[in-house]
Design a protein around this ligand. Structure first.
Ligand code: ZN
Ligand code: ZN
Ligand code: FE
Length: 807
């Protein structure tokens, strides 16, 4: 069998076994001709997830004898007994896996029968076995642990750090391998006799659960004010937290992969205060609700979305907000979507349950929803330690809920959106619950480090046929984030026990990631940004044949030193063939990359290029509301001074949004495009023409005249909702027509789609459908985001192939 999916890790012996092998099943069965002996080699997420105890129990149930052990090839099971029992054993093995286990391959062979064997044993693993040691992602609390938590008779009743082999923290509490307690932040909590017993019993749910803890021996919470004066401990601390929240205070809560800033999601005043002090003016804030029923009252939820919300990864899911709910628009003023997650740790679960109980008593009509946004100042990385939180969040938070289990590895919440029509999942941020699961590659290759881009950065380290993309790191221009980036590079090398043979960087000379390349004393390869985007999506599909790549993106440094970002590319990974076939209409960015944050500049540039008179442009009074008057831009454009040429698709969206008066200067990435998408009139069915044209050997898309159509309608006073819709549809139709021409010309019908513009739901839902209708085969991202978080993956797989071709 080979049911490979991109999410399963080839997880290895992170649960070292006890030093003595354990015997089970005394068997004095008389073997007959129906007896059989086989060896099973299993790969996938089968190590450190309670897999061997599971095998042990199955062997016991079926009266079979043999051994199970970890090896560098995977888990090896030697088993013998009656052939019908073996048949049943295999069936149960595949179909009754422990919650966290996943099998990606299973190899079976006959072995000689060992008549001496009379029991089933778990054989210890030694460090020298050369295991593919890997730490599992953090997993949300399981139902059994929730039951423990809610049972007044249980010794873990209301204990916020309850976990077991099937759930709990992993990645975020582990600094280095092997994954066992001394290498985790649980090292300073010696197990009490009861916990020790559970830990040592192969039939217990907590057998070798490294973070195992109870109120007697494990971490504790406490509640302080911003002066670090302790106001309450343990259960009282949770009670005080909830009381503070319900009184309109902001509480910094130490969670799993970092701090959250929490406040009531129904309280306009506190949300405004939070936004102001965190300098997060309009960017959407995520909320946490106690259960799916509360989520149902707030947003429309499909079956697929429900599965994600309640699943063990527990990302923030972007859902369509219901009208007339008491969650104010301030939560996400620029979009109709709302980011919702359910509690994923016992601590969060206890807080949300208490909050719900409190409201039910005082304000039954108010949804029990709390804002849970990353605990940081805008653009800095999420905060990890108690001390850091008190100093750096003291200005924002009124109270602090702290605990003494250290977070060793920073990991934000993952963010995901299920596309309304295709029901496919689109990642915006890949972090908690997913990292460090690898992307499975088509073939094995040398270890390569992909250094990523600049914003939304990740790194990627390959090991054989696995590509390990790091958690979301962020914008490297922030110095704290840059430190986090450096740490992540070393952390991944450490936990994967892999040293890269080469590094691959972006062509952009001023990206800090590219500047890092020379510091490794290793061969450095450079890959243009948009080719990296395409390589990433191809890697996810294990596709190495030729494709037409559509990179619809913000901006990336081009091979001709202009800023690319709306590119039609030919990529043939197997032959290492890369060509630029076409692009969007080039325009100038007045002030260069400054225009990325000031879409009004780009709008003016489009108008200038269309020959709209300066006088007419200046008449738009809202443009000149700033100290920088439009004629300043005009002069730049006329002289082409301080301007960079771009073919960016993201900037086209910016320009349209600015022209329609939706945005002048953005306060977070993509704001213009998000506002433009929001105002679309979904009932509008016509679209603007968007033609192709040939120039200098390229087949280009005439997006300048697409903009002209927008301008004309806008001048005629057309409704902006209709304009926006016609623009979105026009662009999609234009893209499909150009892609079809290129596909015919090249005889290539696989179309790879990547780039930040695919965060636009309309484009990522509609464009693949249109391409399919035209007989083309779209390949979209399935396990990394289409934004620059995928760049490191594209770089690393490109590097692997390059070295392979050279050798
Ligand atoms: Zn559990
Ligand atoms: Zn204990
Ligand atoms: Fe990009």
């Amino acid at each position: 069998m080979d049911k490979s999916t991109p999410h399963q890790a080839k997880d290895s012996s992170y649960n070292p076994e006890p030093s003595n092998s354990m015997a089970l099943v005394s068997s004095d069965t008389d073997y007959d001709s129906t007896d059989q002996a086989i060896c099973l080699t299993i790969t996938g997420q089968v190590q450190g997830v309670g897999f061997r105890p599971f095998v042990y129990r199955l062997a016991d149930d079926n009266k079979l004898v043999g051994t199970v052990k970890n090896s560098s090839q995977g888990v090896i099971i030697e088993i013998q007994g009656r052939s019908d029992s073996i048949f049943q054993f295999k069936d149960q093995l595949i179909n009754q896996l422990p919650p966290l286990a996943e099998i990606t391959s299973l190899k079976e062979e006959s072995i000689p029968f060992d008549h001496e064997r009379s029991s089933f044993e778990i054989i210890i693993s030694s460090r020298e076995d050369g295991h593919n040691v890997l730490i599992s992602p953090d997993i949300c609390i399981c139902q059994d642990c929730l039951d423990d938590l809610g049972d007044p008779q249980n010794r873990r009743y209301l204990y916020p750090f309850t976990n077991c082999t099937n759930c709990g923290p992993r990645f975020t509490i582990t600094k280095s391998i092997p994954y066992d307690r001394p290498h985790t932040s649980m090292a300073c909590f010696p197990l009490c006799p009861s916990c020790q017993q559970e830990y040592e019993n192969p039939l217990d749910r907590r057998f070798h659960a490294q973070p195992n803890a109870c109120p007697d021996c494990g971490p504790q919470v406490w509640f302080t004010d911003s002066q670090n004066d302790c106001l309450a401990k343990t259960d009282q601390a949770l009670e005080k937290t909830v009381a503070a929240l319900s009184q309109g205070l902001i509480v910094a809560i130490k969670g799993l992969g970092g701090f959250h800033l929490a406040c009531q999601a129904t309280d306009n005043k506190v949300i405004k205060r939070l936004r102001h002090s965190k300098n997060r003016l309009d960017k959407p804030l995520a909320i946490m609700v106690p259960d799916i029923e509360t989520a149902d009252n707030i947003a429309y939820i499909s079956e697929e979305e429900r599965t994600w919300l309640e699943g063990r990864i527990r990302p923030i899911l972007l859902l369509k907000k219901k009208p007339d709910i008491s969650i104010p628009d301030e939560i996400a003023p620029d979009t109709n979507l709302i980011g919702v997650m359910l509690p994923y740790t016992p601590l969060h679960w206890l807080i949300l349950q208490r909050y719900k109980d409190l409201l039910g008593y005082k304000r039954p009509n108010q949804p029990a929803a709390l804002v849970m946004t990353s605990g940081n100042n805008s653009s800095e990385p999420i905060i990890l330690s108690n001390r850091e939180a008190l100093t750096r969040l003291g200005r924002i938070a009124d109270r602090f809920l702290l605990h003494n289990r250290d977070i060793l590895v920073r990991c934000d919440d993952s963010v995901l959106h299920i596309l309304p029509n295709s029901q496919t999942s689109l990642y915006y941020r890949r972090a908690r619950g997913l990292t460090p699961r690898p992307v499975f590659l088509k073939q094995s290759g040398p270890a390569i480090l992909g250094l990523g881009a600049e914003t939304k950065t990740t790194i990627c380290l390959t090991k054989k046929d696995h590509a390990f993309v790091s958690q979301h790191i962020g914008d490297l221009k922030d110095s704290e984030t840059f430190d986090f980036y450096r740490q992540t590079i070393f952390h991944f090398q450490d936990i994967l026990q892999t040293k890269p043979e080469a590094v691959v960087a972006d062509l952009h000379p001023s990206y800090l990631s590219s500047q890092q390349a020379q510091t490794f004393q290793l061969p450095v390869f450079y890959l243009q940004h948009h080719f990296a985007h395409i390589h990433a999506v191809l890697a996810e599909h294990k596709h190495d044949g030729p494709v037409i790549g559509l990179a619809l993106d913000g901006t990336g440094y081009g091979e001709d030193h202009t800023l690319w970002g709306g590119e039609f590319l030919y990529v043939h990974p197997e032959k290492n063939d890369h060509q630029r076939l076409g692009h969007l209409s080039p325009v100038l960015l007045p002030g260069g990359e400054t225009a990325i944050n000031e879409p009004w500049r780009t709008a003016q540039s489009y108008l200038f290029q269309l020959g709209v008179s300066e006088e007419k442009i200046q008449r738009q009074s809202w443009w000149s509301s700033d100290e920088q008057t439009p004629d300043f831009i005009q002069k730049m454009l006329e002289k082409s001074s301080h301007c960079i040429q771009t073919t960016s698709c993201g900037r086209l969206f910016d320009a349209v949004a600015a022209l329609l008066g939706l945005v002048r200067i953005i306060n977070y990435e993509g704001q213009g495009a998000i506002l433009l998408e929001k105002i679309q009139d979904p009932f509008e069915t016509s679209w603007y023409p968007c033609h192709t044209y040939c120039q200098n050997g390229y087949l280009n898309l005439d997006t300048l005249n697409l903009f002209a159509a927008v301008y004309e309608d806008w001048q005629n006073g057309q409704d902006p909702g209709k304009i926006s819709r016609r623009f979105h549809l026009g662009l999609c139709h234009g893209l499909v027509s150009l892609t079809s021409q290129l596909a015919e010309a090249k005889g290539v019908f696989d179309i790879a789609l990547s780039g930040g513009v695919f965060q636009n739901t309309t484009i990522s839902d509609y464009l693949p459908q249109l391409l399919t209708k035209s007989g083309l085969k779209p390949l979209v991202h399935t396990s990394t985001p289409p934004n620059d978080a995928c760049i490191s993956l594209g770089q690393a797989v490109y590097g692997q192939r390059l070295i392979h071709l050279e050798s």
